[in-house]
Design a protein around this ligand. Sequence first.
Ligand code: SF4
Length: 230
Amino acid sequence: MVDRIEFQKEDIGAEILPILTTGLYRNALDTLREYIQNSIDAKATKIELVVDPDVVSIRDDGAGMIEASARRAIRLGISEKSPLDNVGFRGIGIYSALNLCDQLVMHTRARRQKTGYMLQFEFKRMRDELLQIKGIGPETADSILLYGLEKLVFVVDRYTCRILWRHYLLDEDIDYDYVQQLFTDALPADLRIYNEYHALLVALGKNYCRPRPRCSACPLAEFTHRLEDH
Ligand code: SF4
């Protein structure tokens, strides 16, 4: 017998952002290691890892979960007592692969229990829904991906758009995806360069290309631009 436990929006807590932005998983292998560590923690004596082009599966003979443990496992960044007590060192548990795959399915059954449980996480849908939450726009989401999870995503912000517009590289109606694609096409696919470029644009926007620009002191002054000092 298998009871299905579905993810609900209430299972996501406000602590998701600080947890994600700590950037605990530097690459896909770190994520795999996290799931394998769960098997080891469950006292598994045998762990089988199969990597196919579209599916990665891990099977073990560990202790398995009773219903209460399975329900706790799907809670993300929710603190009932102290956040440190409840969220734990990594705090992200089952969600380690949130940005790595579109779906995660877990089957578990505790020893000597007749009922097993299936936990199903539609990570792609969750990512899309997170983008709908007020305060998590594409810039915030991409910042989490670039700085927190070290994914190769160029972050576009208002400084970048303002500088490009003033240099005739954009129209008034700025589309986030379009600007992002401009940088993605023009820059080498290198995380350090994405980081550095974004940091330099922010510095330029804060120090020179302000709402009232300081063009005469700006390092880009020699390039054609719309405005002069105000
Ligand atoms: S030259 Fe002027 S318009 Fe261009 S980036 Fe500098 S401050 Fe902005």
